[in-house]
Ligand binder design. Structure first.
Ligand code: HEC
Length: 143
């Protein structure tokens, strides 16, 4: 019985996580949060590049999800956890207010954009603005 449970966990683990080798649960959780953001960004970016069919409703829903995900960033990083695979810089916990300001910027930006996308032409500016908000935090707080 135990064997089956272990195998189930391993399979669930490989399906859900693309971060092999990360052992610290807090680091894993925050990486999963970031991966969710990246997945959402990819969906919008794919449409912006014309790789996938434009779907205004899907973009607006995705922006709403990104805002929700961004609202979790401060709690995901609250614990100063580390892992050999982590790219988080220690300055996060020295300047946690600035760090959470970046998260709040992303949250406000995406919630404000959600519902505004009507045509394919709107996508470019959305991708630029959101990408800038991700990059603003990464440039200081990520390796
Ligand atoms: C408030 C700061 C902040 C914001 C805003 C932010 N990130 Fe991150 N991101 C980080 C930090 C810090 C890490 C490194 C985490 C670690 O390795 O422990 C990271 C890591 C990542 C990773 C790598 C995850 C992994 O599996 O190792 C991806 C992908 C990512 N971010 C995408 C995004 C995208 C897309 C956005 C915008 C939609 C975004 N991030 C916004 C701080 C931020």
């Amino acid at each position: 019985m135990k064997k089956y449970i272990a195998l189930g966990l391993i399979l669930a683990g490989t399906a859900a996580f693309a971060h092999g080798g990360v052992k610290d649960p807090d680091v894993m959780n925050r990486m999963m949060g970031m991966s969710a953001l990246a997945k959402h960004m990819k969906l919008i970016g794919g449409m912006a590049k014309g790789e996938t069919t434009f779907d205004a409703a899907a973009v607006n829903t995705t922006l709403g999800k990104m805002s929700e995900e961004a609202s979790y960033i401060p709690s995901l990083f609250e614990t100063e956890a580390d892992d050999p695979k982590s790219e988080a810089l220690p300055v996060i916990w020295e300047k946690f207010d600035t760090f959470t300001d970046h998260a709040a910027t992303l949250e406000t930006l995406t919630s404000g954009l959600a519902g505004t996308v009507e045509t394919e032409a709107d996508l470019r500016s959305v991708v630029q603005q959101v990408g800038k908000a991700c990059g603003a935090c990464h440039s200081t707080f990520r390796e």
